[in-house]
Design a protein around this ligand. Structure first.
Ligand SMILES: [Zn+2]
Length: 231
């Protein structure tokens, strides 16, 4: 059983970064819940715990203690950036245990490819939760709340799901998680892939190509809607 510990940053009286009408503590809780439900619904042999499941304050030391006591296999701290900038970056502790570097090198590119934003790189920092956890730990900074363009993306729940999907793809790859067979498998394409497919198919149709697979009326309506050609 692979034990994944998700740490939504901040909470309660600590709102984290704020900007453009958004609060970091709420966004990271939403993303973390998506990560948990995707992992539990779609993959086998995985357990998930979270440092908080609602809007409450938890000391940094307590977050690491919870993960250590549970003997988690990995620790993933989810944050939103601020302070001028744009895009995505991730951090591990500067002591750089080999397994930790490997975790970052697996998860970071999966997130970047899923959300397609500026890649600020794989970095190190002496953050409390990275220093005090005894398993491979990574902290992700998912866009800038005080950047208007980034904030617009963060207001879209599909985009928050794409951020979560990137984390999930990384965890799945790092631990070779297997998809559940049948049951409550959720096999819908990620929002990004779905949008790319719709764009590519629409472009093809306009260029006079036949779609590779016949489209249902519903799929065609979705594509036209995306292009603003209906309503
Ligand atoms: Zn934060």
């Amino acid at each position: 059983m692979v034990k994944v510990f998700i740490d939504p940053g901040h909470g309660g009286r600590d709102s984290g970064a704020v900007g453009n009408g958004l609060q970091e503590k709420a966004l990271v809780l939403t993303i973390s819940r998506h990560i948990r439900s995707m992992l539990l619904n779609e993959y086998e042999n995985v357990e998930v715990r979270m440092s908080r499941e609602d809007d409450r304050f938890i000391e940094l030391g307590e977050r690491a203690r919870l993960a250590n006591a549970w003997r988690a296999d990995c620790f993933i701290s989810v944050h939103i950036n601020a302070g001028g900038g744009a895009g995505f970056e991730s951090f591990v502790h500067p002591s750089r245990a080999a397994r930790t570097v490997q975790l970052q090198q697996t998860i970071h590119p999966k997130i970047v490819s899923e959300i397609q934003v500026v890649d600020r790189g794989m970095k190190t920092a002496n953050f409390s939760v990275l220093r005090n956890t005894s398993m491979p730990a990574i902290l992700t900074e998912n866009l800038f709340i005080d950047n208007t363009a980034d904030a617009a993306k963060l207001k879209d729940n599909d985009f928050l799901r794409a951020i979560a999907r990137g984390h999930v793809e990384g965890i799945v790859s790092a631990f070779n998680l297997r998809r559940k067979q049948g049951g409550n498998q959720v096999n819908e394409p990620s929002p990004t892939h779905q949008k790319n497919w719709e764009k590519a198919t629409a472009k093809g149709i306009f260029n006079g190509e036949r779609p590779k697979e016949p489209l249902t009326r519903e799929q065609l309506a979705t594509i036209l809607n995306r292009l603003g050609l209906l309503d």
